[in-house]
Design a protein around this ligand. Sequence first.
Ligand SMILES: [Zn+2]
Length: 50
Amino acid sequence: MAYVCASCNREFQDKDFQAALSTGSVRCTYCGGKSLFKKTPPVARVVKAV
Ligand SMILES: [Zn+2]
């Protein structure tokens, strides 16, 4: 799972996100922005073959 900063659009890997969590406040390590959101992969659907 990756996260993206809403301010500078930089990506974080989950381990970096967890590292930020451990500091007590989640924020972008690049710009200090507090808005991070999950980056969802473009292909996420599973189509069942019937
Ligand atoms: Zn940022």
